[in-house]
Design a protein around this ligand. Structure first.
Ligand code: X6L
Ligand code: MG
Ligand code: MG
Length: 184
């Protein structure tokens, strides 16, 4: 079953989007990164800049902090997704208004070059290419070898040049010294 994928000993690269617009946003993001890295089957490889972004979808809510991570994982896509949802619960996520404020949101964007379409999980994330608050931080961390690299690069550059997207770099954090968020 799913637990047999990936094969023993194989690690995959996954990209995760983080967002917070309730409570101590920066601390919540840092705590989430710490939980992910502490998991025996997940390792944080690269951390993007932290961006403050205007809310989209449901706009009558406070601004977000958004960022993305590149991780290595030996979990399958579905088990990784379920672990991320568990971390959201650990960090006090309560689902009230659809698209409303949240302490933490952890979205699985990409898993290697996997494409899948299940009720529980679609990869790549079906709406990521339309969301500048995802694309701009993803551009900081995505590997050149990924098949969506060129597309992410073009879309994020367009969003930033455009300037109307309401995305500003808030902080560059140091995740150990391993992160080189702006090597692209
Ligand atoms: C029309 C209809 C246009 C719906 C856009 C976009 C809905 C994004 C939901 C949409 C639409 C979303 C974040 C956010 C949310 C976040 C920022 C969502 C889910 N999450 N805004 N809005 N950052 N800046 O992480 O992404 S709600
Ligand atoms: Mg989201
Ligand atoms: Mg989500």
């Amino acid at each position: 079953m799913d637990e047999q994928f990936p094969l023993d000993g194989e690690w995959s690269v996954a990209y995760i989007a983080l967002g917070s617009n309730m409570g101590n946003r920066e601390q919540l993001l840092l705590t989430a990164i710490g939980l992910i890295d502490a998991h025996p089957k997940m390792e944080v490889n690269k951390v993007s800049g932290m961006y403050e972004t205007d809310p989209v979808g449901y706009t009558d809510q406070p601004p977000f902090l958004n960022m993305t991570l590149a991780i290595r994982t030996s979990l399958s896509p579905l088990l990784l997704l379920r672990q991320l949802l568990d971390f959201e619960q650990d960090l006090g996520r309560v689902r009230q208004i659809r698209w409303g404020p949240r302490t933490i949101d952890l979205d699985l964007l990409l898993y290697d070059n996997v494409r899948m379409d299940l009720e529980e999980l679609t990869l790549p994330h079906p709406r990521m290419m339309e969301r500048s608050f995802v694309l701009v931080p993803l551009h900081d961390v995505i590997e050149e070898s990924h098949q969506l690299y060129a597309e992410v690069n073009a879309a994020s550059s367009a969003a930033l040049l455009d300037g109307k997207e309401g995305i500003t770099l808030w902080k560059i954090i140091n995740w150990r010294s391993a992160s080189e968020p702006f090597e692209n």
